[in-house]
Design a protein around this ligand. Structure first.
Ligand code: ZN
Length: 222
């Protein structure tokens, strides 16, 4: 079976932060990458500086930004679920997890990456992780792909221990930065701070940029 990485995250830009290097490395090794983005980030707080969007135009602009980032990250398939930003926790969990399960069955991924529910700071992140894990848990373990969970809250290591997977993504640093830059409306300040941190070179933020960390998610039936 061809290696196929399926990334499922809630917002345009989540992919560039947490998994950009891992996706590029997957491509380099000849695998296929699909990114399912649950929302259009239509409730994003930033409109660009100077503003290049307003509340009405933001979803369309963010869609374009995401398409640009997807090109830089060499994503084969970009799937937009079109859920409303900041409301994933209020979706019908049963229906959404069934939709995700159907997607997983269509894609036949060998690896799935999503947020670690409870350790991902933003309610959309936690809700996305929870519903994807629910979908994966319903797949018999013999057929279940490998699952990497992205935990980003401060207490992740204290509670979960060290991440089992640490990907050195230094070869992809420039593409990762370019992908972040593609998210113009949201990421200007982050990119500016990141570039400063890179120049100073021993910052915690730089370490997070160079190494992508994932935890194996326990389904309880392994
Ligand atoms: Zn996000």
């Amino acid at each position: 079976m061809e290696d196929h990485l399926l990334v499922i995250l809630p917002h345009p830009d989540d992919e560039s932060f947490g998994v950009a290097g891992t996706m590029l490395n997957y491509k380099e090794k000849g695998g296929k990458v699909t990114y399912v983005c649950m929302t259009m980030g239509d409730m994003g707080r930033n409109m660009g500086n100077p503003p290049i969007a307003n509340r009405e135009s933001l979803p369309l602009i963010r869609k374009k930004e995401l398409e640009n980032a997807a090109k830089i990250l060499k994503i084969d398939d970009l799937i937009l679920l079109g859920l409303r930003d900041k409301t994933i926790e209020f979706e019908d969990e049963e229906k959404l997890s069934e939709r995700i399960r159907n997607l997983i069955e269509d894609c036949q991924p060998t690896l799935v990456i999503t947020f670690y529910p409870g350790y991902s700071i933003h309610p959309d992140h936690d809700a996305c992780g929870a519903v994807v894990m629910k979908a994966l848990a319903s797949i018999p373990k013999e057929n279940r792909p490998t699952v990497y969970a992205l935990a980003i809250s401060r207490d992740s290591e204290t509670d979960l221990g060290k991440p089992q997977i640490i990907n050195d993504v230094r070869p992809y640093l420039q593409q990762k930065l370019d992908a972040l830059k593609a998210h113009k409306t949201q990421m200007q300040e982050v990119v500016r701070q990141t570039e400063i941190a890179l120049q100073e070179s021993n910052d915690e933020a730089v370490d997070r940029l160079k190494y992508e960390r994932f935890w194996l998610y326990p389904f309880g039936d392994e």
